[in-house]
Design a protein around this ligand. Structure first.
Ligand SMILES: [Zn+2]
Ligand SMILES: [Zn+2]
Length: 273
């Protein structure tokens, strides 16, 4: 599927994190879970919140940088002698964007000048001012596409209480989709269907009347996965102290996917087309 070129950035691949090899020959295409605690606002006192490092197409892209995730990113980057190309903010909630400004100050983690990809509403809410520092900003739009080198990012507005985008990340035949936060009314576009891996939120176990309409429970996450039809699925955004395994069990049973598992900090998944 063609990607209209909204932005083509730093087209030259360089040696480093995103273009590394395993065993000297196999290109690295992988996902690292840096944090996945859902709806937690305990800052650095709590478990790390949503943040996922994607290595794909010779690039290293960070999906969200929630509270407490920067330490894990720093440790991973340093251990692999690698560098970050862009951070994609799906929305402004602190469990997805709380470490943004600290990240932008960490020049040692970046390949070049930091690149922030987000909706206008998101950067306005978090207080990021375009042109105020060394970083570059590229706007993400519902239905739009941004390219970073050979990696395409396709965005779709979800069903959340602030402007939020899900994102499909692809390079060649490898693709993953990240739901970010959403209620059950999100309708994913075709570009988000049939990915190698889907990271899907499941904030609620079983919906009760007082629960937020802007998150998914187990049966709703399962319905979303049936539609998305990924080869593999990660259940994420479970609030600290609540059972991840119970959600994985219900999502796996209802989505009829044998490849459903829990997102946990430190998990690495190799992506296959
Ligand atoms: Zn969240
Ligand atoms: Zn949120």
């Amino acid at each position: 599927m063609a990607c209209p070129e909204v932005a083509r950035l730093a087209p030259t691949l360089s040696t480093g994190f995103g273009s590394g090899t395993v065993g000297g020959s196999t290109p690295v295409e992988s996902l690292h879970v840096l944090g996945c605690a859902g709806s937690s606002y305990a800052g650095r006192a709590g478990p790390p919140c949503s943040s996922y490092l994607v290595e794909m197409g010779g690039r290293a892209l960070l999906l969200d940088c929630g509270y407490g995730s920067l330490d894990a990113l720093s440790a991973l980057v340093n251990s692999r002698a690698c560098a970050l190309d862009a951070v994609i903010l799906t929305h402004s909630h602190a469990d997805h964007a709380g470490d943004l400004f600290a990240l932008l100050e960490r020049g040692d983690l970046w390949r070049g000048a930091p690149l922030v990809v987000a909706q206008r509403e998101t950067i306005d809410h978090v207080g990021y001012r375009v042109g105020s520092g060394a970083s570059t900003y590229v706007e993400a739009r519902d239905g739009g596409c941004v390219t970073v080198g050979d990696v395409a990012l396709r965005f779709s507005s979800t069903d959340h209480q602030v402007a939020t985008v899900a994102v499909a990340v692809s390079a060649g035949a490898t693709r993953l989709v990240y739901s970010s936060d959403t209620g059950p009314r999100w309708r994913p576009p075709p570009a988000h269907v049939g990915a190698s891996l889907a990271i899907v939120e499941c904030t609620l176990f079983r919906r009760r009347d007082r629960d937020s309409p802007y998150h998914l429970d187990g049966s709703e996450a399962a319905a979303l996965l049936r539609y998305l039809s990924p080869a593999r699925a990660l259940v994420t955004h479970v609030p600290p102290g609540e059972s991840v395994s119970a959600r994985v069990e219900i999502v796996g049973r209802w989505s009829k996917s044998a490849e459903t598992e829990a997102a946990v900090a430190g998990l690495r998944i190799d992506l296959v087309p």
